[in-house]
Design a protein around this ligand. Sequence first.
Ligand code: ZN
Length: 330
Amino acid sequence: MGYGKRIYEEACAELARRKTRAEQTAEMGLQNFYRQCPRAREIREEMAVNSARAAKTVISGGDVRRELEKLKATGLALKAEFSALLSQNGFTEREITPQYICEKCRDTGFQDGRMCSCLKALQRQMAYEKLCMDVPLSESTFDSFSLEYYKEDERTYPQMSNILRVCKEYAGKFRADSSNLFFKGGTGLGKTHLSLAIANAAVQKGYGVIYGSAQTFAVALEKERFDRTDLDGTGDTNSQLIACDLLILDDLGMEFPSAYVNAALYNVIDTRMLAKRPTIISTNLTLKELEKRYGERFVSRITGNYGMLEFIGSDIRRQKRMQRKNKKQL
Ligand SMILES: [Zn+2]
């Protein structure tokens, strides 16, 4: 699951905070108990000596079994005494042992060398929150996409209902190796709305989605280009764009023109294609305009490997504005 380096690090940091909090709280409880009941501390020390002795016995040989049984009995007696003192002093086991949020991995994020489900869930949640911060994700669903605005002529409605169907199907079947989509058409025809609806569905399924306008990515890429702390050259944005499960590149062609950004975007698109990671690109430009701006190689990558959907109709935002105006006049 690719959420990028930053989300991963943030999730690990959050787990570390949880772990420390659980352990510090338990340690505080234990110290309180010891203050009230000094014998408890002695018992703990005797228990430690007892287990060390058991380890030594195994190595030393002799009548190991009998010796071990004796030590085991001592250990149990100490444990019983400790428990009795604990409750006599009004403490519970919970107060002196770390209460991890995830008992499976004890808030380390890893279990038997594999990533624990809690770390995966945390990354998913953080990625979703980050995405929601940037875009109105919850408003852009398939249910809120209305075909009412595409009834102006005979051609528009069937084409747009077909696009809606294709996008719904794509979202429903979305997987880490789904195909690529290319949304083409003028502004205000629902390209962003449908790409966000797909993002929503993919996030709900637990995939790492990165959504952004070409302008946003361009600014971040340019910034990292001159960032000297990024010594290995694998800038955060660049590696995130390449590694995420689904990349949605909105408004291609609206970013400030730069040869560096063009090359970086080509690299992202090309690398994702080779790795079979799905990308959705939307643009207001025609293929001719794209070719003029990014070159033939760039455009042929897209035409050869993306499912092309052409959005038609007339600007919905304008239609909505007109409706509001008409209502006011009535
Ligand atoms: Zn866990």
